[in-house]
Design a protein around this ligand. Structure first.
Ligand SMILES: [Fe+2]
Ligand SMILES: [Fe+2]
Length: 196
């Protein structure tokens, strides 16, 4: 009598995963990773802007406005922090880069002036809200609760974008170039953070 039955008859052999289940799990990990990275970058953009306006004479009103936005981003970041832990998804390896790049983008645009800082917010939030909108579509059937949460964050980003536009983002010197460059940078950061 054989001690080891052939593998094919073993009751412990697991059934193959439902088609597409693993692929969706991998895709979900990418989505959570990139969202976490984006919110980390966003927190640091506003911190960079606040570092400049907080220290500038007459910058108190900008600092207060930016503090509000930073608080929203910090809440988004905390939510994605929790989700990464719950879903056992590793954060992007590029997190240290996004901290530095975000802060530099925020501080750099703030040094160009209030309108440039608003142009930065408008450009970043335009890319992020579109990114969240497409995720909501992708998630709504299989992860409805997460889709609702992402949709709520998207509403916050839309409010940031509209506030920046109303404050004169498009009057920034070199607006078209500045805005296009920031949007391109954000899209590249999104593509990288999904995978790396
Ligand atoms: Fe956010
Ligand atoms: Fe935002």
């Amino acid at each position: 009598m054989s001690e080891f039955p052939p593998a094919a008859t073993s009751p412990r052999r697991s059934r193959p995963a439902a088609p597409g289940k693993d692929a969706f799990k991998r895709r979900l990990a990418e989505m959570l990773r990139v969202d976490h990275a984006g919110e980390l970058g966003a927190v640091h953009i506003y911190r960079g802007q606040r570092a400049v306006f907080g220290a500038a004479r007459g910058g108190a009103h900008m600092d207060a406005r930016l503090a509000d936005m930073e608080a929203h981003e910090a809440a988004h970041l905390a939510a994605f922090d929790r989700l990464l832990t719950e879903r056992q998804v590793r954060p992007t390896l590029l997190a240290p880069l996004w901290r530095v790049a975000g802060f530099a983008l925020g501080a750099g645009t703030a040094l160009l002036g209030e309108k440039a800082a608003h142009a930065c917010t408008e450009a970043v939030e335009t890319v992020i809200e579109a990114h969240y909108a497409s995720q909501v579509e992708e998630l709504k059937d299989r992860e409805p609760e997460l889709a609702r949460a992402v949709s709520g964050y998207r509403d916050d980003e839309l409010a940031h974008r509209d506030e920046a536009a109303a404050a004169g983002a498009r009057e920034a010197p070199g607006y078209a170039l500045l805005s296009a460059a920031i949007k391109a940078g954000c899209r590249a950061a999104i593509a990288l953070s999904e995978k790396v």
